[in-house]
Design a protein around this ligand. Sequence first.
Ligand code: BG6
Length: 516
Amino acid sequence: MGSETFNPTENPLRAGLRMGRSPEPCTMVIFGATGDLTSRKLVPALYNLARERRLAAGFSVVGFARRDWSDEHFREVLLNGINAYSRSGAAETALWENFAQGVSYHRSDFSDHDGYARLAQRLDAIDVERGAGGNRVFYLATPPDAYAEIIQQLGAHGLARSPNGGWTRIIVEKPFGRDLGSAQELNRQLLAVFDEDQIYRIDHYLGKETVQNILVFRFANGIFEPIWSRRYIDHVQITVSESIGVEDRGGYYDQSGALRDMIQNHLMQLLALVAMEPPVSYDANAVRDEKVKVLRAIRPIAPEAVNEFTVRGQYDTGSIMGKPISSYRSERGVAPDSQTETYAALKLFIESWRWAGVPFYLRSGKALPRRVSEIAIQFRSAPLMLFDDLPTNEVEPNTLAIKIQPDEGITLKFSSKAPGQTSQIRPVTMDFRYGSSFGVASPEAYERLLLDSLIGDGTLFTRRDEVEASWSLMTPILQGWAAEAPRNFPNYEAGVWGPLEADDFMARDGRIWRRL
Ligand code: BG6
């Protein structure tokens, strides 16, 4: 492109990255504020935003929950949370005291009318005292069975619209439904009270730096896009493995499983970012239009076809890094004969001109040997091998690995001549690592997402049609699985890479899972 046509101030991608953005003053009401998410993730993220002077002076937090806590006790719990979980370490006294001035606790049941009437008065008072200008964000951090009640109560008390020309937004935590029907129902409940552009459905994977970098990598570089298609790509593997079991979340997880907990949201979002067409601009709706198009182009897996296109597993007793792990079925909150999958793998095909015939293999599981999230693009092999009669299939194919965590970065593997008198070929890698290239720690996903919600940028949040498109792919799989109980659960030891069936699943296609 000639330089006369390139105006960096108009470059949509650059404009979209929106450096140095700062939100208006506002009040964030966190429903379910006594829960883990608030003290582990939300408030440490807000504190770090305050530390980086990203929050307006009048920013306030109101914790809404059932327990009989005082403002002081709430603040103390939040401070302990920052000290324990903030990436910037223990809270700085002056900064915390300033932040804490805007923090208060509101005791109420989620179904108590009076609690919402008092909340409305309180928010009006905060508008005056702290200059919040009627700007409000409601954060649903409760168990999902409370969402409908809270949404309806906010509507009934006139809290979905702001006074004084301010704005009101609502952030909805996952899980967003447990199948297509329940996700559609939750969307209906939300849209009866809020407009779509007020609704921020959170998927914390989209807040990770490395995930945001997928679009920059693809669309701010000229060399990858031409080869990003069926012509050059053999297949794609998306892995999100965890080396922990379900820990203290057995009660929730046993009702959920790997497909609902990880694949429907996080892995499908990664797939959408890797496979989407270039958007017309880096604008919330343009990006989401392309993501939803690619999700809709995925060929659904019919319930009868689950054995061909999916694998499920559940971990048994084992050990990870020398630490004994008890079986999933013996975890607290888990049924002793549970049929819930703690591992799932899928093969998906995107029926588009770019991707026809290219399998996307997705896998995610708990109690695996390592915590790794990565997307690997495996390219087709060279068509002929010139060197010493070496058959093509003995040379490893080129692979581009986008490493989301840990060891954030991007690696390209290619073949190289080993030094010496023969044509020995060995795989080598070119590595980009965030740590060494930038030398600064990345913000936590929640920092980015909370800031975006305060600014009103929905690009990294999931739109109604995306959530429904993803659930419409998962629901027939869940139905197929429900129709045939797994006969061999538990079928992998904690500390191995999932059930043997997962290897056979790849072997049937003449492929192997990446060793991570
Ligand atoms: C959550 C799941 O959404 O993501 C958890 O509910 C999982 O089960 C977590 O452990 C993984 O997130 P991260 O950021 O640690 O990869």
